[in-house]
Design a binder for this molecule. Structure first.
Ligand code: GDP
Ligand code: GDP
Length: 439
């Protein structure tokens, strides 16, 4: 199983982070339907390059208007990158030259011990600018990689350097066989309270692993003889932050946590109902293809009658219709109500996430499904489904071979999905389908 590597870009406003994002966009293979109702922020994006794929995140918040704030914000960015990324691209601007805040942030990044790749942007003409590029050696974080994001120059060399740092960091994590659970949700829904309650006496004491800050937000637990690791997304809590900036950091944190997890627990505040912000966070979990549990917390604060659960569930299913595979549980971190049930649910959804179904049985189900509901046709040509096989797990991914891809409407794929779910459950996990033509 592979966890996607995370690459974070840190840099002052206007150095060209967005431009680099755009230059790297569009290479993604579209197997996931766009998440309805959730606009994908430019804050994070999947990048495929040669044989590598990774998630690129822009840790830069909104544009501050004074020098002091720029430095404070860059420190926050750098800290988030240190906590969440496998590799950090530190971007500077050759036209502005070396600034004081660049040096301070470089110090901070260097001390973290994370792999840092120094990217000097706006080198539109290397012959002219090369002397200016050398200046950045003074940052003490290694060789500067000159690029022109606008002209898409130098990006190959930059990415080659970035991916050269991958293999080491990902094998480190694969040695750990615990189930990884990201607790996600907007601020104040009770994420930390849930983690603290769940951990209780079960915290595993582990010997210090060589010092990344990341370990501080990961809590290993042993429960009923099984190992779990809870990944917290709480992070920076500073009062005087602007709303947009907080939201930006929340998204960065969530992407980072979810990518490293097997299961995402989306925590919703029962008092608020399902909000737009919840939907945005849910969208991140959905797109990552992880198993999902929706935990409605603070259930103790709701005046309940025997319709409450049903109505709340309906509300979730409507607002988060794109993830109707998610399991739902109503809990209270305050009273402890149903909290231990979460462990069973985590086991169940993570098993489903890794479930493999034999090709023979899959084809029986598809053949029956086709008999019960005729496939769509267009201008006299009928869709033929030849063969189905499961290509991978986490999430379970199926390949269906057909005569003509254009005839395979989304609704018919959904129908096949429902038949498979009826037979095997697959509760709590998304399923993915790849449609291939076979002549
Ligand atoms: P961000 O604030 O770091 O995301 O920076 P942007 O990507 O928005 O870029 C800021 C400005 O720099 C824009 O006007 C870009 O067109 C310009 N810019 C970005 N990359 C390059 C480059 O490679 N060369 C030049 N000359 N300008 C660039
Ligand atoms: P986070 O920001 O999502 O980590 O939220 P916290 O765990 O810090 O909780 C925010 C506030 O909600 C705190 O004051 C908690 O005591 C309170 N809280 C958390 N869970 C519950 C719950 O189940 N019931 C009640 N009544 N309060 C809760």
């Amino acid at each position: 199983m592979s966890k996607r590597n995370i690459v974070a870009v840190v840099g002052r406003p206007n150095v060209g982070k967005s431009t680099l994002f755009n230059a790297l966009a569009g290479s993604r293979i579209a197997i996931v339907q766009d998440t309805p109702g959730v606009t994908r922020d430019r804050i994070y994006q999947d990048v495929e390059w040669l044989n590598h794929s990774f998630t690129l995140i822009d840790t830069g918040g909104i544009e501050p208007d004074s020098k002091d704030i720029i430095l404070a914000q860059m420190r926050d960015q750098a800290q988030i990158a240190i906590d969440t990324a496998d590799v950090i691209i530190f971007m500077v601007d050759v036209k502005q030259g070396l600034t004081d805040s660049d040096s301070k942030v470089a110090d901070m990044l260097r001390k973290s011990g994370k792999p840092i790749v120094l990217c000097v942007n706006k080198v539109d003409n290397y012959n002219r600018d090369s002397m200016d590029v050398y200046e950045f050696y003074n940052l003490g974080i290694g060789e500067p990689f000159p690029i022109s994001a606008v002209n898409k120059q130098g990006i190959g060399d930059l990415l080659e350097e970035v991916v050269s740092h991958f293999s080491k960091s990902s094998t480190d994590e694969e040695e750990d066989d615990s189930v990884k659970i990201a607790i996600i949700g907007k601020p104040n829904v009770g994420k930390s309270s849930i983690i603290n309650k769940l951990i209780g006496e079960n915290r595993l004491i582990v010997s210090d692993i060589a010092g990344t800050t990341r370990d501080a937000i990961d809590t290993p637990v042993k429960y009923n003889g099984k190992k779990y690791t809870f990944i917290d997304t709480a992070g920076l809590r500073r009062k005087n932050k602007i709303k947009d900036e907080l939201e930006h950091y929340m998204i960065v944190r969530t992407v980072g946590a979810v990518e490293r997890a097997d299961v995402a627990i989306l925590v919703i505040n029962a008092e608020d109902g399902v909000t737009e912000q919840d939907a945005k966070i849910a969208g991140i979990a959905h797109e990552s293809g992880k198993a999902v549990i929706i935990a409605v917390n603070k259930w103790d604060l709701i005046e309940k009658d025997n319709h409450s659960v049903k109505e709340f569930t309906k509300d979730i299913r409507n607002t988060l219709a794109f993830m109707n595979y998610a399991e739902i549980i109503f809990i209270s971190a305050e009273t402890g109500q149903r909290l231990v049930k979460l462990y069973d649910m985590i086991d169940m959804v993570s098993e489903n996430h890794a479930l493999r179904v034999s090709t023979g049985v899959l084809n029986e189900i598809m053949t029956q499904a086709v008999v019960m509901q005729q496939p769509p046709s267009d201008k006299g040509k009928i869709l033929k489904l030849y063969y189905i096989t499961q290509a991978s797990v986490k999430p379970p991914t199926f390949v269906i071979f057909v005569n003509d891809k254009k005839l395979m409407h989304f609704s018919y794929t959904r129908y096949i999905e429902n038949q498979i779910r009826e037979a095997f459950g697959f509760k709590g996990t998304p399923l993915r389908f790849i449609i291939r033509e076979r002549k």
